[in-house]
Design a protein. Sequence first.
Length: 79
Amino acid sequence: MDFKKIILRKLFRLRIIGGKHTAIEHLTKGLPKHTAGEAKNAVKELIKEGFVLQKPTSYGLQVSLNPEKIDEITKIIEG
């Protein structure tokens, strides 16, 4: 399973870009329970690569797509 592609597609489909953000736990919903750890690691890799932005809040870490990399993200999703 390509978790990076799944996560990018889900964030893009829900329009979680820039100022709008969601919890990492919400991104693993709909995936098999035993793959949640791998999916969270994929999110961390996407943060390092700059495709996903993180926003620390008082209620936990939130993430959203980097609006500056939307063109690259759409190529990954469609490819």
